[in-house]
Design a protein around this ligand. Structure first.
Ligand SMILES: NC(=O)c1ccc[n+]([C@@H]2O[C@H](COP(=O)([O-])OP(=O)(O)OC[C@H]3O[C@@H](n4cnc5c(N)ncnc54)[C@H](O)[C@@H]3O)[C@@H](O)[C@H]2O)c1
Length: 250
């Protein structure tokens, strides 16, 4: 149980859902986790939970779309723990509107959090990961960064941007031993999707498109992130890990 022993990991959007599952698993595997979220109460609660169960978590309040917040997070992480090995750009917000329904304001907000946040995270963490001798960046996209289902214009665009941005960053950073990979979850049961899981019609649709006999949990994504964060994936970069119970394989 020490696949991340000695590593320092930053995980954004870690107050709940997949980010919290990743933070708990990484801490259990020996990483020091710097966990950030826009929700102050939420991220403080997450840190208490991790620290009470033997992990080491430092909570920081952060809006991932803010450049000054990113500078603060990197500075504090390095001051406290001397280095950064792993960055998980997990924070994200949904929008369920088609092209005509979407407002410019909401479009810009979704791009700012979901894709500009990933750009800023890599921009400010990469110099520190380079100084540490290399490491791993994991950007959380979605199956909606690969396929289209309709009705999610801004969200799909933001997740597609993460996919291609990650590939160019993987090219740029390879010489520094910094790996950059994306995870593409299917619909996973978290606070973001709770309403879908409570809607009989949506749930039946989801079961219909998912070949695997159960639906996705945050821990399924966290396990994929653990592999990409660990030294076991040292030769994996620019890759896309789809975690969707087989949904988009057909
Ligand atoms: N749940 C799914 O079905 C699913 C599927 C594919 C991809 N994803 C992606 O996975 C990631 C995590 O999703 P989740 O389902 O756990 O979501 P969630 O809503 O349960 O949790 C997201 C967290 O991000 C935080 N957050 C929101 N805006 C922020 C900001 N500006 N700065 C910092 N933190 C912010 C929230 O406070 C929350 O704690 C997201 O990027 C999401 O788009 C989710």
């Amino acid at each position: 149980m020490s696949r991340l022993q000695g590593k320092v990991a930053i995980i954004t959007g870690a107050a709940k859902g997949q980010g919290l599952a990743e933070a708990k698993l990484f801490a259990k595997e020996g990483a020091i986790v710097v966990i950030t979220d826009i929700s102050e109460d939420g991220i403080n609660r997450a840190a208490v939970e991790i620290n009470e169960t033997g992990g080491t978590a430092l909570p920081i309040v952060q809006d991932v779309s803010s450049e000054s917040d990113w500078k603060k997070v990197i500075k504090v992480a390095v001051e406290e723990f001397n280095k950064i090995d792993i960055l998980v750009n997990n924070a994200g917000i949904p929008s369920r509107k088609n092209v005509e329904e979407e407002t410019l304001q909401e479009w810009e907000k979704v791009q700012a959090v979901n894709s500009t946040g990933v750009f800023l995270g890599m921009k400010y963490a990469a110099p520190e990961i380079r100084k540490a001798g290399g490491g791993s960046i994991i950007n959380i996209s979605s199956v909606y960064g690969i396929i289209g289902v309709g009705g999610y214009a801004a969200y799909h665009a933001s997740k597609g941007a993460i996919r291609s941005l990650s590939k160019t960053a993987a090219m740029d950073f390879a010489k520094d031993y910094i790996r950059v990979n994306t995870i593409h979850p299917g619909i996973i049961e978290t606070p973001m999707t709770q309403d879908l899981f409570e809607d009989v019609e949506a749930l039946n649709w989801l079961k219909g498109v998912t070949p695997w006999p159960r639906l996705g949990k945050p821990e399924d994504v966290a396990n994929g992130a653990l592999f990409l964060a660990s030294d076991e994936s040292t030769f994996v970069t620019g890759a896309e890990l789809v975690i969707d119970g087989g949904w988009i394989a057909h």
